[in-house]
Design a protein around this ligand. Structure first.
Ligand code: SF4
Length: 288
């Protein structure tokens, strides 16, 4: 079996940064003699998360019911209202919000009065939850409408005086985004203002995967089952008609993969290099 790695795979800059900050969070908490927390898991990869849990990092979703400590804000960000709650409860916050996500939050913060903010993305994705809770300079939440699929378009009010400021979840599926944006443009024409774009890191990963699909017989996509960008990679392969398995780590390597001569490997933005390497080693080892 020939195993071919995708040219772009694994950690993006935002994830590498938040992992470093998670360690800083633990170190600072130790120094201060308080607990280290993460506000929601900072990345969608259970193996990475387990390493920090072992060092004592605790998962919380709000400051209620726990003693103040050092808390990490995940790469996808949190709503401003939640950030305020932590500050008021005297937590020390370490902000791991990825710069690309922080930029999207800022665009919403600066939305004009004549603009209706439309967020295209997964309703329950933590980035979208954060984008839906942005406070403006007056301290009020900027109203937003989340559009995940065509069925949500009907919830947009037809106010002909308003522009639609469209903000996309940075890791949303590129094809679904293009489709929904096309529908919005058909209806609202020049009233659409496209605010941001998909994360270039995600796009590079997709483009590299498309190249890989031309030269292999089957693909393993490595990453957390809850990772939206990893699931999107698996969908790209599925749509392209190649056999694909989305696995979290080496324990899930499917036996069927050994039927194929050329196997491609790609991984989501929150998958550590050691997990990718371990899988490739097993595939190559079996072939010797
Ligand atoms: S995928 Fe892009 S937006 Fe998301 S954390 Fe990585 S660099 Fe930031």
């Amino acid at each position: 079996m020939l195993v071919i790695r995708s040219k772009v795979l694994g950690y993006c800059n935002g994830v590498s940064r938040v992992i470093e900050m998670a360690q800083q969070c633990i170190d600072l908490a130790k120094e201060k003699g308080v607990a280290a927390y993460t506000i929601g898991w900072f990345i969608h990869n259970p193996n990475v998360v387990a390493r920090f849990e072992e060092q004592g990092m605790l998962l919380i979703h709000s400051p209620k019911g726990v003693s103040p400590g050092v808390a990490l804000i995940r790469a996808h960000g949190i709503p401003d209202t939640l950030r305020l709650e932590f500050e008021e409860a005297h937590f020390t916050l370490i902000d791991g919000t990825c710069g690309t996500v922080a930029y999207s939050q800022q665009l919403i913060r600066n939305a004009k009065d004549n603009q209706q903010v439309i967020i295209i993305g997964l309703k329950n994705h933590s980035e979208v939850v954060g984008l839906s809770g942005v406070l403006n300079s007056k301290g009020t939440i900027v109203p937003t409408i989340v559009v995940e699929g065509e069925e949500d378009l009907a919830s947009i009010e037809h106010d002909s005086k308003k522009e639609l400021l469209v903000v996309v979840q940075t890791t949303y599926d590129a094809d679904i985004y293009a489709h929904l944006l096309g529908l919005l443009q058909e209806t609202y024409k020049d009233r659409i203002v496209i605010a941001n774009r998909l994360c270039p890191s995600t796009k590079r990963r997709h483009d590299s995967l498309l190249n890989l699909m031309n030269i292999v017989d089957a693909i393993l996509v490595v990453g957390g089952k809850k990772s939206a960008n990893t699931a999107a990679l698996a969908r790209v392969v599925e749509d392209g008609g190649l056999p694909v398995w989305h696995i979290e780590d080496k324990r899930e390597i499917p036996q069927e993969i050994y039927r194929y001569e050329k196997v491609g490997v790609t991984a989501g933005t929150s998958t550590p290099e050691e997990d990718i390497r371990a899988i490739i080693d097993i595939l190559e080892e079996r072939d010797r």
